[in-house]
Design a binder for this molecule. Structure first.
Ligand code: ATP
Ligand code: MG
Length: 433
């Protein structure tokens, strides 16, 4: 391996550079604001957890546990993992801190997840998820709420080309009966299945429905329909959800073949699928109900429903805006070319004072560092993307003392350069950015 190759980032783990970060801030703010608007509170859990947390909750036969987890033994001999998703961590944290004891919780999280998948467009080894989890409500009203919350995110970000698909896995007994029927059906078509699906026949035949292999999808098209296995409770919950969505004007399509890749789902499952923009990796948001997970992880039983969405895929769907958060608005230059060291120091101090004054007013200010000729400083000002250069240390035309006034120069043709009193500077800058 060459030295240069050694210094590359890990395959499938991307740098986000300053030029592209603006849209991320916009997306993250929209996610946070939508979650808050629905009364959901943020939870932050560690990126590293005990490996057993994930093997026990996600399911030993899942792709994540079988081949995608980054695990390691730390110096103390503990078997640890980089989290592949955050639902298990959220449940762990809630149980650990007693948040579910006779309580209901509406929670959200946002952060990096890690899965050792084959990297391709929309599929990375480090990626980011935003998710919500609602604990303590058993009825379909909260299922509808988290779905409406996800729909509100698309609205807030101006995304129109997404379709909601919903399904239900029924109650545990419905799911068991359905699983048996699927096993019989797929066993009869074993030769037409891809290798992964054939293996799932023995571990969890429900997951075969999730296969993306074309030949397997043809077999799936003829598979039994879960609706034929519903009991009254499963049907009532699903009908309640559909009715609530209809009344709220949320369009959906029932996809009886929709299942989720993780073991812990029961009853409602849903997915938002984008149009052509995302290519093959078109699922942008996925979720459902997982009533057994909390108990499974050692807590008192608590019904739960939630979803996770992938920020990399979401960012692709959002039009990049003009003004990125954090973009430099004002560049403060300092025209102290004086041979007199004391004068130069005064001028530099003035540049600092002016910069801090503008920042306190809420403006985004880059102050020139490193000295040099004014012409060079103004070139840097243009490169910074600033809309206004403020030049300190220049005497005014009437010989006004510097310190009380500065030169203010629009950089994008929005008016003429002017001499301005310090007191009026921030307001003037606001008009010219
Ligand atoms: P997929 O079917 O695309 O593999 P998944 O069923 O594994 O998705 P979840 O584990 O439910 O997805 O995660 C929810 C969302 O997180 C997905 O809909 C997707 O937007 C995003 N996501 C999942 N895995 C990745 C990845 N490796 N890279 C980027 N985004 C991902
Ligand atoms: Mg996956």
């Amino acid at each position: 391996m060459t030295a240069a190759a050694k210094l590359q980032s890990v395959r499938g783990m991307n740098d986000l550079l300053p030029a592209g970060i603006g849209v991320w801030h916009r997306v993250e703010a929209a996610l946070r604001d939508t979650a808050w608007a629905y009364g959901y509170q943020e939870i932050r859990t560690p990126v590293v957890e005990k490996t057993a947390l994930f093997t026990h909750s996600i399911g030993a036969s899942s792709d994540i546990v079988q081949k995608e987890m980054y695990t390691f033994i730390d110096g103390g001999g503990e078997d640890l993992a980089l989290r592949p998703e955050a639902t298990a961590s959220t449940v762990r944290a809630c149980n650990q801190h007693g948040l579910l004891h006779n309580q209901q919780q509406r929670l959200w999280y946002l952060g990096p997840m890690f899965r050792r998948e084959r990297p391709q467009k929309g599929r990375y080894r480090q990626f980011h998820q935003f998710g919500v989890e609602a604990f303590g409500w058993a009825g379909p009203d909260i299922d509808a709420e988290v779905i409406r919350l996800s729909a509100a995110i698309w609205r807030r970000l101006g995304i129109a080309d997404v379709e909601l698909q919903i399904n239900t896995l029924g109650s545990p007994s419905v799911a068991d009966a359905y699983r048996d029927a699927l096993r019989d059906y797929f066993a009869a078509h074993r030769d037409a299945l891809d290798a992964d699906s054939a293996r799932r026949l023995d571990t969890n035949p429900l997951r075969i429905l999730d296969s993306k292999v074309a030949a397997t999808r043809e077999v799936i098209a003829g598979a039994p329909d879960i609706r034929d296995f519903f009991d009254a409770a499963a049907a009532a919950h699903f009908d309640g959800l559909c009715d609530s969505l209809r009344r709220a004007g949320v369009e959906y399509a029932v996809n009886p073949r929709l299942v989720r890749g993780l073991d812990y789902y029961t009853a409602t499952v849903f997915e938002w699928v984008a149009g052509d923009q995302l290519g093959a990796q078109n699922a942008v948001c996925a979720g459902g109900r997982y009533d057994r997970l909390v108990e499974n992880r050692g807590g008192r039983p608590s019904p739960a429903v939630g979803f996770a969405l992938g920020l990399e895929r979401l960012v692709e769907l959002v039009q990049p805006g003009d003004a990125a958060d954090g973009a430099v608005q004002i560049y403060v230059a300092c025209a102290a070319d004086s041979a007199d060291a004391a004068d130069a120091a005064d001028a530099a101090a003035e540049a600092v004072t002016v910069s801090e004054l503008l920042r306190r007013d809420g403006l985004t200010v880059a102050m020139h560092c490193g000295g040099g000729k004014l012409a060079k400083q103004l070139r840097r000002a243009a490169q910074s993307g600033a809309r206004v250069a403020v030049i300190t240390g220049l005497p005014g035309d009437g010989g006004e003392s510097t310190g009380a006034t500065v030169q203010a120069k629009p950089l994008r043709g929005q008016g003429d350069e002017q001499r301005i009193g310090i007191d009026a500077l921030a307001a003037w800058c606001r008009k010219h950015i």
